[in-house]
Design a protein around this ligand. Structure first.
Ligand code: IMP
Length: 173
């Protein structure tokens, strides 16, 4: 396996996080923002983002999984769900990467079923060409081509999440 040079450097990521946080801060002024990090993948992106958001907010998390190594199983498992009452909240789901869209669509429908005041989605990376389920994304960091990427929270078999940058992952031939 090879984890090569950065595809997105730590600096590029932080610049983008700042841009996203500024747009979110503008849009959520005067609202009742509940930012929900989708784990484990957003464990770096989510704290960086909320640290840069300049309006009051509440936090919660969802722990979800549908991948085994680099393959989606298509079945989404939820290990921890949002505990806040959503009826008076403007919910912002924060995800690392959208691939087929299956995971996020499942989570979005679960949240919508709890009737929040509003629901928007922020994703750092969008592998648009892989989409199987159409999920509306409100804030996107980078649209990327169809590569399997690791680092900055993204894993292969739960490894490489700690890299401060994002690399293209290739299995050794
Ligand atoms: P989806 O349900 O196919 O959209 O997959 C979404 C989830 O799969 C993401 O939140 C990641 O956890 C994982 N995933 C998808 N593509 C990649 C990748 O390139 N690298 C690491 N994880 C990925």
């Amino acid at each position: 396996m090879i984890v090569g040079k950065p595809f997105l450097s730590a600096g590029q990521i932080q610049t983008k996080v700042g841009e996203l946080a500024r747009a979110i801060s503008r849009d959520y002024a005067g609202k009742n923002l509940l930012a929900v990090g989708i784990l484990k993948g957003s464990f770096m992106f989510f704290p960086d983002l909320v640290r840069s958001i300049e309006v009051p907010l509440m936090l919660d998390f969802i722990i979800a999984s549908s991948y085994v190594k680099s393959q989606t199983t298509g079945e989404v498992k939820i290990y921890y769900d949002v505990r806040e009452d959503l009826s008076d909240k403007d919910v912002l789901l924060v995800d690392d990467i959208v691939d087929t869209g299956i995971t996020l669509n499942h989570i979005r429908e679960r949240i919508l079923a709890r009737a929040p005041l509003s629901l928007k989605i922020c994703a750092l990376l969008d592998k648009k060409e892989r989409r199987e389920v159409d999920v509306p994304l409100d804030y996107v960091g980078y649209v990327i081509p169809n590569h399997y990427v690791v680092g900055y929270g993204l894993d292969y078999d739960n490894k490489y999440r700690n890299l401060p940058y994002i690399s293209i992952f290739r299995k050794k031939a």
